[in-house]
Design a protein around this ligand. Sequence first.
Ligand code: NAD
Ligand code: UDX
Length: 464
Amino acid sequence: MEIRNICCIGAGYVGGPTMAVIAQKCPKVKVTVVDINEKRIKQWNNPDVEKIPIYEPGLSEIVKEARGRNLFFSTDVDKAIDEADMIFISVNTPTKTYGIGKGMAADLKWIELCARQIAEVSKTDKIVIEKSTLPVRTAAALRDILDSTGNGVKYQILSNPEFLAEGTAVEDLRNPDRVLIGGNIDTEEGREAMEALVNIYASWVPREKILTTNVWSSELSKLTANAFLAQRVSSINAMSELCEKTGADINEVSKAIGMDSRIGPKFLKASVGFGGSCFQKDILNLVYIARTFNLKEVADYWEQVILMNDHQKRRFAANMVQTMYNTVAGKKIAILGWAFKKDTNDTRESAAIYVADYLLNEQAEIVVYDPKVTEEQVYSDLDYLGSRSGDANRQAVTVVDSPYEACEDAHAIAVLTEWDEFKELDWQKLYDQMLKPAFLFDGRRLLEPKTKKDIGFEFYAIGN
Ligand code: NAD
Ligand code: UDX
């Protein structure tokens, strides 16, 4: 089966970059990315490719090459579904904020809407692909909805979870560790659909890296991968607290254990806590699923990863207050970095939001500098927490365009995102502008301690 027309529902952090790379690597396939968010689609179509809604290194170049050729962004969801042979569903699946499973389960209302729309609009057979991260067995619900119209259209449902990490999305998509495709291996049509998707990826991914499994394994592998990755961060962060009490240094510990080939060196960087749209939501979802099957020990085991992460963010902020003579009321604190990691403008679940909120509760004045995050986003993140009114947030928090402006007359600096540019700042100049003693809290182990201490900073770093 040759695929000529792909539709992707959801033009977000996954849909946008993934489809851009497919369009680039498969120039004969027409790829249309659709979204109900008109503003987002307008941004994707901005003639100035530097103004597309998602910042990822290398992404604007690909969009420049493929947009208008075989890559299109549109709000006409029905038309794109109708024309497509293959439909990726790449909509958001956040933690539920209401009803049963509130605060734990994945909210599948957008997934279900997509399935209903596909069922309503389709006149020809389609391969429908779960690209969003979903609870195991969601494909069964999709099957029910898609088949409910009884209009004779046949659907093959595949699971093809996305493993890209933000900040390295383009590189991860171009050169993935593996591509996972789950489908129905027991039927001829199921195998054909899997082969069609394998062929798309095989345009640039070596076949041996394309793994095919049954649908449930594929769905569950995505939740498992994120749980394991986040677990490593919580494990190293737990050790960072012990390091601070004992004189051990977490970077040295990470290096020492990472050289064991069974452990491996990656994802062992202590931090102020993991953020991002995936880890917390996917683990909460996993915990919820385990609870629904009455697997108490399994649920409690994975929940601890989240509890440790919450503790890490809180203890970082608490340590700042304690170090600054137990009060930050009325003190200006500069936060360098608001994104949840470097090289992205995404702030979802960023540790910076929670650290700022803690400090605001202690009546600090906060000034934020991040090279890619807008002022509007910072306020929206704080407003979303609901800890205080929007006006109160705007009164206590300022967002500036320069790190030097952020640090003027500040009592303290907190480095909360590991942007490379922070390493190259003129730290002497920053120090000179600050009130003394000048406190510097490194939540990322980004800065070289000795030079900062030599300048005169009261320097504190996670895990040291
Ligand atoms: P996102 O919020 O950036 O994008 C989702 C988009 O879907 C939004 O623009 C929204 O308007 C759109 N949408 C929702 N319902 C729609 C509908 N019915 N019709 C058309 N458009 C609709 O989300 P994201 O970060 O791209 O994540 C998407 C999925 O991929 C999630 O399940 C997530 O868990 C998973 N995932 C994300 C990442 C990541 O790094 N962000 C990585 C791997 C997997
Ligand atoms: C994650 C998964 O890595 C990716 O495979 C999945 O598809 C989506 O979720 P992402 O959240 O984009 O990707 O970024 P990731 O690099 O995993 O970082 C997540 C958080 O953990 C960030 O806040 C990062 O700073 C933090 N982290 C990561 C650490 O604190 N220490 C580490 O060693 C690694």
